[in-house]
Design a protein around this ligand. Structure first.
Ligand code: GLA
Length: 663
């Protein structure tokens, strides 16, 4: 996909919520802010098709023409995330059903059952109509299919589709019964029709059943996406197609399995923290988005300009710019927001926007304009590559498996564990590539595998190959525990990875975070930190002890180990060490490179054959200089023209340097 002439900057634009005279003001202010892309029509189905097969496109014609006349491109959505009330009344079976058997009703959005034939048919009808009318509109730059796929449904349509999916996966009931361990509690299936979605049941559900249903739903939604994508592509193969992944404390689909079907990965990012933690969550999501697409350019499709209840904490002045640049630095084709103009009514009337209720004379709009001006100077960064120096395995299936009620501890928090590893590396100035456990590991010097609860034999082989070939592998607690069907690997933990790591845990010893903590010290007695949720009684086979438990039930026993494997090494961290201790492990793992950055300063490098770009985001309270960061003397800051040597980035500020590539 060729790079657009400028970075994409803008947001969801809902002119359908406003009288037409407001549209002219929108255009004037969008131009003032430097907006280059507006996402239109995301929830406009009831307005575009007020009754079955009757369309009212005139308003959308005017919107697209107006955008084009003002030099703004359109990211045109298919509106299938919000079926009209007439549709759900005509097809009540196409409404989602919860696990408790409650059929939801319209009145909000996302009231669809992705498996319902009537919904599928209606989705394709509106998609075809949009494709026929707009596929060659000069404003059209990107198709945006649906919105944040993720509505679960447990009704009869889902049951039928689930059975078909299971037949494809297992072939025979005997194989399924074995994979799901249905011998337990006498749950053997003797006919496919006996299998339901994991609806509310009397006591604990089967973890393998839960896991497969999540896999199935992700595939079912992908099927819905691909059917729309095919129509849009056929109408004009030159316009890229995407959908926006939701990402937060929730991962409704498996983006590894979707990414190849998208021309461009797009994500919505709403951190639930403030300050440095929010900056880190942006960097975390951005590294994931780039990695899902295998390093291809991607797009930050949505973020907020400010406060949104508990979901998005307030932003301090300067954070709109810093957070957006963190994404661009990490490969986003731009920075988009939800939404352009704040709504006065409706469910999201208090959602922050680029143009707040207050109007254009607001600090938020001023910062938005500043961001637009800055992005306007960065178009050429699109042709450079993000420099990555460490890899982390990220696995939505392990995350789903750890949401089952049948676990060795209720305190195993997958998202927290992966975020922690990324945070420690981020603070060490490293840029992380995430990797799927289902493919060979990348050629990067360090690979961290946090809490990989599900570890298949194939994944264990990929990890062993990585170490054999010279990589430094660091595996953390809880990994290797179960296979792809959530069945425990017998013989001692960490199951599938025991031989590779040279250790064998005789028992897990979960800690109660409200009362317990165990101390870990290095072999020289140095204090490394504490663990509060998890520890293990570890026997060491051929590994070397690097750190030990200093107190608690396993005082004196190994806590962290290391073993040479081929040309590389394999480390094991048997407890949830806090950041400082994990930092010691990762720096002692012998990794060189990275940028030694002052605290709270984020530095990302991008390069091309001849050039290097350096993004410096100062999230801290004091200034940072080019000398602090070892910036090349001959590089120049893109806006100010100041040299790398003379550069001072004030507290809260940003700088983007461009210079010749260092050998
Ligand atoms: C999601 C949706 C948007 C909006 C925002 C609110 O990302 O895609 O339509 O509801 O959340 O933060």
């Amino acid at each position: 996909m060729p790079s657009p002439a400028s970075l994409w900057f803008g947001g969801d634009y809902n002119p359908d919520q406003w009288p037409e005279p407001v549209w002219d003001e929108d255009m004037r202010l969008m131009r003032q802010a430097g907006v280059t892309l507006a996402t239109v029509g995301v929830f406009s189905w009831s307005l575009l098709e007020p009754e079955e097969d009757r369309y009212t496109f005139d308003w959308l014609d005017r919107v697209l023409d107006l955008l084009h006349a003002n030099g703004i491109s359109a990211c045109l959505a298919t509106p299938t995330a919000s079926p009209p009330p007439w549709f759900t009344l005509a097809h009540p079976d196409a409404l989602p059903v919860t696990a408790d058997g409650v059929r939801l009703t319209h009145g909000s959005r996302d009231t669809y059952d992705v498996c319902a034939p009537a919904y599928r048919e209606a989705s394709l009808r509106i998609t075809r109509a949009l494709a026929e009318r707009y596929a060659h509109h000069p404003a059209l730059a990107l198709w945006h299919v649906h919105n944040e796929y993720g509505t679960h449904t447990y009704g009869e349509h889902a049951a039928r589709a689930f059975r078909t999916w299971l037949r494809g996966r297992y072939g025979s009931l005997a194989t399924l019964n074995d994979a799901w361990t249905t011998a337990f509690w006498g749950q053997r299936y003797s006919d496919w029709e006996q299998i339901h979605p994991p609806r509310a049941t009397q006591y604990l559900p089967n973890p393998a059943h839960l896991l497969d249903f999540r896999r199935f739903l992700s595939d079912a939604m992908r099927g819905h996406y691909c059917a729309q994508r095919d129509i849009l592509r056929a109408a004009n193969p030159d316009v890229p197609v995407t959908t926006n992944f939701a990402f937060g404390s929730w991962v409704p689909v498996d983006p590894w399995r979707w990414a190849a079907d998208l021309d461009l990965v797009a994500v919505d990012v709403y951190p639930d923290a403030t300050g440095e933690a929010a900056a880190h969550q942006h960097a975390f999501a951005a590294d994931l988005a780039r990695s899902w697409g295998g390093g291809r350019p991607w797009l930050l499709m949505e973020q907020a300009t400010g406060y949104l209840g508990a979901r998005v904490r307030p932003k301090a002045p300067g954070e709109i710019i810093r957070h957006s640049l963190s994404h661009v630095a990490r490969g986003s084709r731009g920075a988009m927001f939800f939404q352009w103009r704040a709504s006065v009514g409706g469910a999201e009337q208090w959602h922050p926007a680029m143009l707040p209720h207050t109007g254009a004379d607001s600090p938020v709009f001023a910062e938005v304009c500043e961001l637009g001006a800055l992005l306007g100077r960065l178009a050429e960064v699109q042709d450079t590559r993000v420099v990555e120096d460490a890899a982390v395995v990220w696995d939505p299936e392990s995350w789903w498996a750890l949401q089952s009620p049948s676990l060795p501890s209720p305190d195993l928090d997958y998202l927290a564990a992966v975020r922690q590893v990324h945070r420690v590396l981020w603070r060490q100035g490293r840029t992380v590539a995430f990797v799927s456990p289902h493919s060979p590991m990348p050629d990067l010097p360090l690979l961290v595998v946090p809490l990989l609860y599900l570890t298949s034999a194939a994944t264990a082989r990929f990890l062993a190959d990585y170490a054999e070939q010279g990589g430094i592998l660091v595996v953390t607690y809880g990994s290797g525990t179960a296979d792809e069907h959530a069945r425990v690997w017998p013989g001692g933990y960490p199951g599938a990875l025991r031989d590779l790591l040279g250790v064998r845990a005789l028992q897990h010893y979960p800690l109660d975070p409200s009362v317990d903590a165990v101390t870990v010290c290095g072999e020289d007695g140095e204090y490394w930190g504490r663990a509060r949720r998890w520890s293990e009684e570890l026997d060491v086979a051929d590994a070397k002890v690097v750190a030990r438990y200093a107190d608690g039930p396993f005082a004196g026993r190994a806590a962290v180990t290391r073993v040479g494997r081929g040309a590389g090494q394999a480390w094991y961290v048997s407890c949830d060490l806090e950041d400082a201790g994990l930092g010691k492990v990762l720096s002692r793992a012998g990794l060189s490179g990275g940028t030694a950055t002052p605290p709270a300063v984020e530095v990302v490098h991008r390069d091309s054959r001849d050039e290097q770009w350096v993004f410096v985001l100062n999230h801290g309270n004091g200034p940072v200089t080019g000398a602090d960061l070892g910036l090349a003397v001959e590089s120049r800051e893109v806006l100010s023209g100041v040299s790398g040597a003379a550069l001072v980035v004030p507290a809260g500020g940003v700088a983007v340097l461009r210079g010749p590539r260092r050998p």
